[in-house]
Design a protein around this ligand. Structure first.
Ligand code: ATP
Ligand code: FE2
Length: 334
């Protein structure tokens, strides 16, 4: 008999549900994005969106998977890190489902899930992972039972840096186009490299000074927007490439995995690919559906953990806003 897990993802502005089998077949993966009318995401408004769409997204996932709620063996949910109100809404839905169905609940670390779905959906087995999104910028690799963080941002995430710049510049989005993709479009037409602060401290990165500098150049109006987008991309992508390269050299891993929403960027892909090739390492980029926040990654990581005895009793299912990647014991990787 096939066993199924339903995973709920709600760390930020997306409410997503995925269903996988215990053997890693993905049967459903549905994302409902909260799109604010203006400005950045507002945690409580996003949480309200999650509560509103939850039952519809769950129903649709079950329908896509062709199963009934009683066929589910476990419920997994993203327990952190993320925005409090958003996480709590997802956790409440997960607890309710698990108690109603009388099945175990498994709390999953969102960052671990990005890596595990990468290993499931691509050829990589033991990669250095660059996870770049609107809320995270992390270079990690497995070592002695955990995914260690080799480098990360000291302030804002890379995707957030692109988003804020695009918003300040008033860049025009087409329907459903993320700001990072708009920057990519403009950058493709840029030619001149304008110097911007490049901040790598040890293995960590800082993007906020660079963002401020880029915005003040923008406001002075001396440069073409295309050149500014181009320079912004070249600078921030060089920073993450440098840190990923050093992690690769240090760990002597043979694979590099690129994931997160920013992984869709062709220029970033080409920089990481060339760097990996220089080190004779295999390069894999996650397909977009599984690079962005999704429920399948939570379901699959829930399965892996559950197989090694991890369950999260309701009284321990409180969300962890700052739950770090390396705090998780990754029992299923040897
Ligand atoms: P997380 O909760 O993991 O931090 P998130 O809520 O930011 O994730 P994602 O969909 O993983 O969600 O990532 C969104 C980010 O990806 C945004 O900053 C967006 O601008 C960026 N992005 C999307 N497409 C591109 C692209 N082509 N180039 C650069 N950035 C992009
Ligand atoms: Fe994410």
């Amino acid at each position: 008999m096939e066993l199924y897990c339903l995973g709920i993802e709600s760390t930020a502005d997306d409410f997503a549900v995925g269903i996988t089998t215990f053997n890693g077949k993905i049967l459903a993966n549905i994302i409902s994005a909260y799109v604010p009318m203006e400005g950045g995401i507002h945690p409580r408004k996003a949480a309200r969106h999650h509560a509103r769409v939850a039952s519809r997204v769950i129903e649709e996932s079950l329908k896509n998977a062709g199963i009934k709620p009683r066929n589910l063996s476990i419920i997994a949910f993203s327990q952190g890190p993320g925005l409090g109100p958003c996480l709590r809404t997802g956790a409440t839905v997960a607890r309710t489902l698990a108690s109603y169905l009388g099945i175990p609940l498994v709390g999953v670390n969102h960052c671990v899930a990005h890596i595990e779905i990468g290993k499931l959906k691509t050829d990589v087995e033991d990669p250095v992972t660059l996870y770049v999104s609107g809320g995270n910028t992390i270079v990690s690799a497995f070592d002695s039972g955990r995914y260690r963080v080799f480098g990360e941002t000291l302030d804002i995430a890379l995707g957030n840096c692109l988003d804020v710049f695009a918003r300040e510049a008033g860049l025009h989005q087409s329907v459903g186009e993320p700001f990072g993709a708009v920057v990519e479009r403009y950058a493709a037409k840029g030619k001149r490299l304008i110097p911007l602060p490049y901040t790598v401290k040890g293995m960590d990165m800082s993007f906020s000074g660079l963002l401020t500098a880029a915005i003040s150049l923008l406001k002075r109006g001396e440069h073409k927007l295309e050149d500014l987008c181009y320079s912004l991309q070249e600078t921030v992508f060089s920073m993450v490439t440098e840190v990923t390269e050093r992690a690769l050299a240090h760990t002597e891993k043979e694979e590099v995995l690129l994931t997160g929403g920013v992984a869709a960027n062709k220029r970033l892909q080409s920089m990481i690919r060339s760097m990996a090739e220089e080190h004779d390492a295999e390069f894999c980029v996650m397909p977009k559906e599984f690079a962005v926040d999704n429920g399948a990654m939570i379901a699959w990581t829930g399965v892996l953990a559950y197989k090694y005895g991890v369950v999260t009793p309701i009284e321990e299912s409180v969300v962890k806003l700052k739950w770090r990647l390396e705090e998780v014991e990754v029992l299923w990787v040897k």
